[in-house]
Design a protein around this ligand. Structure first.
Ligand code: MG
Length: 406
């Protein structure tokens, strides 16, 4: 059966790789809709190539531009156009889509994720903020709709794959591979440690944007690459894992594993540990998320044990990487704290890219914003949006007045 896919965020790194997976498996997947927030020329190429029935763009102006490009291409093809946040929700709830891939960034993912879950669709989730900021609401919506959130993040995909066959199946035949699985002792998320894994705090003082953008193993976008260097990315993933697999923070551990060959592990109550290994390639977790329950063939690079000599492990140093400590603290405190963590970090990373604050200033800034927050215990979407705006505003003030580079 061909799965019909709505891809939200098609021009980002995950979006583009999702289209690679679809192109590599033409009889398994079909693109029914594409949504993008920018990169008009790339979007036009994707539209011409995949001819989605529905197209959503963030702004009227980019829509005009795309329509002109399509007209110039003289195709015999008439898609339906949608605009902005309401357009994303229309695509996510379209009955012609079986799977919704949420690869948008930030808050843009909330409403379409909830809409897709409400209409009982499978959701393949690449947008971390959806679970970090609205984890309670989104996992509850999935439960009520009797549908699944499928992780695209490589670590969570590894955990998910390690749980296949370990799930409890309810009397209605529903799989419960995560939530409160009594056989799981702990989840072990692996972290590459990024380019500054062995740097002293002193050496970190002078880190440049160019250095931070050189990730040793993964090729990713500008936000997540910096987050991988600071370990904020791992911190967000700890919170993501907490919600996705329904386990308390005490049962979510992080180990630094610089080769990124083991993508994450699950330890069970009998001491057995299951891991998922492979060469770092985001197309594999994407393929798992949209192809489940099938394991589909591909010709991506294989793990070669004739050249692989060693795998290294070390415990993360929370003193040199305070981001991970901040994430655990925010996660445990709960409520709107993780929203503040994610929003302040996003601002901090962009200030770092703009050379407004230093590399070490990223964690410092986030900690200062967290310290000023008055928590809301069970936030609504409006509370989350308001907290997000507050955190960004506060981050801006701190960056300008307290941590500005001169
Ligand atoms: Mg990851």
């Amino acid at each position: 059966m061909t799965k019909r896919i709505a891809l939200l965020g098609s021009t980002g790194s995950i979006g583009q790789q999702t289209l690679d997976v679809v192109a590599d498996h033409p009889s398994d997947f079909e693109i029914v809709s594409l949504a993008a927030g920018g990169r008009g020329a790339l979007m036009a190429e994707q539209v011409v190539r995949f001819k989605p029935r529905h197209i959503c763009l963030s702004q009227e102006s980019s829509l005009k531009e795309l329509q002109d490009r399509l007209e110039a291409a003289q195709l015999d093809y008439k898609p339906t156009f949608h605009i902005g946040a309401s357009g994303l929700v229309e695509l996510a709830s379209d009955p012609e889509a079986d799977v919704v891939v949420v690869a948008t960034s930030g808050q843009h993912g909330f409403a379409p994720t909830l809409a897709a879950l409400k209409t009982g669709k499978e959701v393949a989730l690449a947008n971390k903020e959806v679970l970090v900021m609205a984890g309670e609401m989104v996992t509850e919506a999935a439960r009520q709709a009797h549908t699944q959130l499928r992780p695209i993040d490589s670590e969570h995909s590894a955990i998910w794959q390690s749980l296949w066959g370990e799930s409890r199946v309810s009397s209605e035949g529903e799989e419960n591979w995560g939530v409160e699985n009594p056989k799981v002792r702990r989840l072990i998320l692996t972290a590459s440690g990024g380019p500054f894994r062995s740097f002293t705090k002193e050496q970190m003082r002078d880190v440049t944007v160019e250095q931070a953008m050189k990730h040793p193993n993964w090729d990713m976008g500008p936000k997540i690459t910096i987050d991988s260097a600071t370990l904020f990315n791992k911190g967000l993933e700890v919170i993501e894992a907490h919600w996705l697999f329904g386990l308390p923070y005490d049962k979510v551990d992080v180990v630094v594993h610089r080769e990124s060959i083991i993508h994450s592990m699950v330890e069970f109550v009998d001491g057995s540990i299951k891991a998922q290994l492979g060469t770092p390639n985001m197309r594999v977790p994407i393929q798992c998320a949209i192809g489940y329950p099938e394991r589909l063939e591909n010709n991506y690079p294989r793990l070669d044990f004739t050249t692989l000599r060693e795998l290294h492990f070390e415990m993360p140093d929370l003193e040199r990487f305070p981001a991970l400590r901040l994430a655990y603290e925010a996660g445990r405190k709960g409520g709107t704290y993780p929203t503040v963590l994610a929003a302040a970090d996003e601002e901090a990373v962009s200030f770092f890219h703009q050379r407004r604050i230093s590399y070490l200033g990223i964690s410092e800034l986030v900690e200062r914003v967290l310290n000023r927050h008055d928590v809301i215990a069970h936030p609504s979407l409006e509370d989350i949006a308001a907290t997000d705006a507050w955190a960004r505003q506060t981050a801006e003030e701190i960056a300008s007045h307290e941590l500005a580079l001169r």
